[in-house]
Design a protein around this ligand. Structure first.
Ligand SMILES: Nc1ncnc2c1ncn2[C@@H]1O[C@H](COP(=O)(O)OP(=O)(O)OP(=O)(O)O)[C@@H](O)[C@H]1O
Length: 246
């Protein structure tokens, strides 16, 4: 069976300041059930791409579709409802007083009863091995705990697509391993930006390389990390080495 597209970027361009493009003519289709990693140097445009998908930024040209729905002001809340997003900086996400309040924020907006909210929070915290954090004040969380809670928030609306911006940053090796195991057991489609190549290799089945706002390589994780030919699409010899200087 052929998988259906879940996300489509069609000739998307974005510029923060009209001086140059941070996303250039981006054509990208992500299919249901894919586990996609986006890698690229600092400033390559990874977070910008995610913000466009979430409607936090609007394309200057081009269009973005989610499940065949054109992303615009009218469809935005319907689309957002289906996407779980883990911010690059969890402090931007955890604005409520306690972990519990953060997780059930959206559910409460939808007037879901308290006992059901508690069920949701218990379930997602169990999923991320963070049960003991439920009543903790947000300001008392460690950096790694914030990451875990941010992931729980992202999972709280049973998303069709999980979007995580550099999810392993700040995690100790044990917490990082837990996250990798967790992602390997998830069923939803996901899109992750990361500099953690080993994580991308382990959890993704497709990897996209962004370079100055353009896709310069796109293939299975094994191809991308092992096949030099595939990485020379744009006259960049050994882009991974060029991209990262390693
Ligand atoms: N709010 C902003 N205003 C102006 N320029 C911005 C803004 N945010 C990002 N940029 C610029 O857009 C480009 C892409 O930034 P983006 O944050 O998408 O990169 P990234 O690939 O996520 O980088 P990193 O790996 O460092 O998180 C960079 O050149 C950055 O300086």
């Amino acid at each position: 069976m052929v998988n259906k597209p879940i996300v489509e970027f069609k000739s998307v361009n974005y510029s923060y300041d009209n001086q140059g493009y941070q996303i250039k003519n981006l054509d990208l289709t992500i299919f249901k059930n894919e586990k996609v990693g986006i890698i690229g140097a600092n400033g390559a445009g990874k977070s910008t791409l995610l913000k466009l998908l979430l409607g936090l930024l609007n394309p200057l040209y081009g269009e973005i579709l989610f499940n065949d729905i054109l992303l615009n002001k009218k469809s935005l809340s319907r689309v957002r409802d289906k996407i779980g997003y883990g911010f690059q900086d969890p402090d931007n996400q955890l604005f409520m007083p306690t972990v519990y309040d953060n997780i059930v924020f959206t559910a409460k907006q939808k007037k879901i009863p308290e006992d059901k909210c508690r069920e949701i929070a218990d379930k997602v915290l169990l999923d991320v091995n963070g049960e003991e954090l439920i009543d903790k004040p947000s300001y008392k969380l460690s950096g790694g705990e914030k990451r875990v809670v941010s992931l729980a928030v992202a999972l709280s609306n049973e998303p069709e697509l999980l979007v995580l911006d550099e999810p392993t940053v700040g995690l100790d090796p044990k917490s990082r391993r837990k996250l990798i195991n967790l992602l390997n057991n998830r069923q939803e489609t996901f899109l992750i930006t990361t500099h953690d190549m080993d994580m991308a290799y382990e959890v993704c089945n497709r990897v996209i390389v962004l370079y100055k706002g353009e896709v310069v390589a796109d293939g299975s994780n094994i191809e991308i990390f092992t096949n030099k030919e595939l990485l020379t699409k744009t006259n960049l010899e050994m882009p991974l080495q060029l991209l990262y200087g390693v």
